[in-house]
Design a protein around this ligand. Structure first.
Ligand code: NAD
Ligand code: LMR
Length: 334
């Protein structure tokens, strides 16, 4: 962003869809306070929701005004996707129905899939030339596939679906078991779908710089406790709260954008679902969560990671699920 000496940078437009919802409410104040793009980056916050939610969204806008955030240069409240994505450099696609107790995220495809084609088209038509898109609304991997397929002229490396919440959950579980601060857990990747088939990979993770399986020294716990706990954490929160995660989801959105924007620490990586280019044998085009390294605004999938037989089996299961989801939405893919 160009900046004259002593002047402030130009504002960056950030769009949040579903901004009247619970993840949106936990997110927009963090964006406006500077936690998304930095404490010297002015923001124009564009909040998009459906018509019936506009009254509530006006209330959120009033609260944002009442925070007197120095970085919040302007606010847009709209139900019009073209206006919502106008000039956006970041599009955070949260707006979608959440699942209820007893559902899998894939059960939302019928209700939510239709939202993402038109939004992909509006992003292609109206967003800034540097736009990057993070899909959060579930099932987020396949919704990202739908949205990006409807914006074929936008480079595929601008599209992400969120698995950072799973990574953060996995890091907490490992740190808690090892009795160390969570910052000691690094190189933790989620592979595959943001669903109960995901593979949280402790085998290649590190704790205090040492292999996590050596530090944990309990293979049965890693297999029978750690993996299912991470896979089913979203459902456990719904069972407890009667609502799906919101604060931790908003936090993971901030973490994801921070990683893409500011980079990942040297030697470490983060989890992002991106369009496969065939890495690790994953079929081309599927939005699959990989270990990703980010630097200077660009990113790449980490190569050369190996998996034991169990890891390979789990990666195949989550790939098969994504292929099945792709088949279910083929009518939404131009
Ligand atoms: P919510 O019901 O509280 O809010 C959803 C909001 O989206 C509502 O305000 C609704 O009016 C709006 N919306 C619906 N259709 C829309 C459209 N076409 N355009 C714009 N807005 C629209 O739900 P929530 O708890 O905020 O969750 C939102 C989504 O995020 C859900 O699909 C949920 O499953 C998902 N989620 C994903 C993760 C993740 O890790 N990937 C984490 C948490 C939640
Ligand atoms: C989560 O992981 O908490 C979200 O995807 C919400 C859900 O449905 O589990």
């Amino acid at each position: 962003m160009s900046q004259e000496r002593g002047s402030r940078p130009q504002p960056v437009h950030v769009t949040v869809t579903g901004a009247a919802g619970q993840v949106g409410y936990a997110l927009v104040f963090r964006i406006a306070s500077g936690q998304l793009l930095g404490s010297d980056q002015p923001i124009v916050l564009r909040m998009l929701d459906i018509e019936p939610a506009l009254g509530a969204l006006e209330g959120v806008a009033m609260e944002l005004q009442d925070c007197a955030f120095p970085l919040l240069q302007d606010l847009v409240v709209t139900a019009d996707a073209n206006e919502g994505f106008d000039n956006a450099s970041w599009a955070l696609l949260v707006g979608a129905m959440p699942r209820k107790e007893g559902m899998e995220r894939g059960d939302l495809l019928a209700a939510n899939g239709g939202i993402f084609g038109p939004q992909g088209q509006a992003i292609a038509a109206r967003a800034a030339s540097d736009v990057r898109v993070l899909v959060v609304g579930n099932p987020c991997n396949t919704n990202a596939l739908i949205a990006s397929a409807n914006a074929p002229d936008l480079p595929r490396d601008r599209w992400f679906a969120m698995t950072r919440l799973d990574e953060n959950r996995a890091k907490y579980q490992l740190a808690h078991k090892a009795g160390v601060p969570v910052a000691e857990v690094t190189n933790l990747a989620i592979w595959g779908n943001h669903s109960a088939t995901q593979y949280p990979d402790a085998q290649n993770a590190k704790i205090g710089g040492k292999p996590a399986p050596v530090v944990i020294d309990d293979d049965a716990w890693l297999r029978d406790d750690f993996i299912p706990t991470v896979q089913k954490r979203g459902a456990a929160i719904i069972a407890a709260r009667k609502l799906s995660s919101a604060g931790s989801a908003a936090n993971a959105i901030v973490d994801s954008v921070n990683s893409i924007h500011l980079g990942t620490p040297a030697g470490d990586w983060t989890s992002l679902a991106v369009a496969s280019n065939g890495e690790y044998g994953i079929p081309e085009g599927l939005f699959f969560s990989f270990p990703v390294q980010c630097q200077d605004g660009s990113w790449s999938v980490v190569e050369g990671i190996t998996h034991n037989a169990e890891g390979q089996r789990r990666i195949k299961a989550t790939t098969d699920e994504l292929l099945h989801e792709r088949e279910l939405v083929k009518d939404l893919l131009p």
